[in-house]
Write a protein that binds this ligand. Structure first.
Ligand code: SF4
Length: 275
């Protein structure tokens, strides 16, 4: 009897993952809290940089309740070096909700939490709660596009992911991340080493992502430096303006954005990190 192509391909993929998958600290647990911490850290940061931050963060805040109770300044201090501090703020907001209401156990319900988008929700739902749902990010989009021989977006991408996913969604999502990171790279994929080459249309299907704006001199860089300064304690506008090294109106714009995002508050002493 001929097996469906998805079954044969997934069998080869999961066998490869069992033998060659990367050993990462968050893969040693199905507890939703460390899984969520790792996924939020990984949203815009490379694996190698995330590992030491993840270990320090969990040593300081080993449970969702400890993170919920922490001062945001301590959270921001441990987040320092990962960038995108809004992620840390939203993660703590989520911890404060979950500490009271408990964990939502489906991707749809998880996606209602602060800072938890569809990808992160699907990753946590599959890794922690065993839901059969694909964690669709740019890696998965690229690999699926190559399997199917066409750039997939929107409904077509969701449909392909739903058809191709294995019953063991957690292992499948992890295996696809590893395949995309180690063999099916954006440029120069290693098709001759690939466990699923027999069921793939080939590497030509690839749509390069839009290039990232420059970090140096950006508002993002300024926001990060202001948060790092405020980790040390409250500061007045007169202290922040000269130290920032940017035009005054840009510093004020950055502070306004940090206040809007709930990371910083302004009071009679000047500016400080939110609680
Ligand atoms: S055969 Fe090549 S293009 Fe296809 S999944 Fe493997 S590495 Fe990617």
């Amino acid at each position: 009897m001929t097996l469906p192509i998805e079954t044969e391909r997934n069998h080869a993929l999961l066998e490869w993952y069992a033998e060659r998958g990367r050993t990462l600290p968050w893969r040693l647990t199905t507890d939703p809290y460390p899984v969520l911490v790792s996924e939020v850290m990984l949203q815009q940061t490379q694996v190698d940089r995330v590992v030491p931050h993840y270990e320090r963060f969990l040593a300081a805040f080993p449970t969702v309740e400890r993170l919920a109770d922490a001062d945001f300044a301590d959270v921001a201090r441990l987040w320092s070096g990962l960038g995108y501090n809004t992620r840390a703020k939203r993660l703590q907001e989520t911890a404060r909700i979950v500490a009271v209401t408990g964990w939502p156990k489906t991707a749809d319900a998880l996606a209602a939490l602060p800072g938890v988008g569809p990808y992160t929700a699907a990753a946590v739902a599959s890794f922690a709660f065993g839901e059969r749902v694909a964690a669709v990010d740019t890696n998965l989009k690229r690999v699926l596009g190559r399997w199917h021989g066409e750039v997939l977006n929107g409904q077509a991408l969701a449909a392909a992911a739903a058809t191709d996913i294995a019953d063991d969604a957690a292992s499948w999502n992890q295996a696809m991340m590893d395949l995309g990171a180690t063999l099916c790279r954006p440029r120069n994929p290693s098709c001759d080493e690939c466990p699923v080459a027999a069921w793939c249309a080939g590497p030509d299907t690839y749509e390069p992502p839009r290039s990232q704006p420059r970090f140096e001199g950006s508002l993002r860089q300024l926001r990060g430096s202001l948060v790092r300064r405020l980790v040390a304690g409250a500061a007045s506008i007169d202290e922040l303006l000269p130290a920032a090294g940017f035009e005054d109106d840009l510093v004020e714009e950055a502070l306004a954005g940090l206040i809007d995002d709930g990371l910083v508050v302004e009071d009679e002493d000047g500016y400080r990190l939110a609680d």
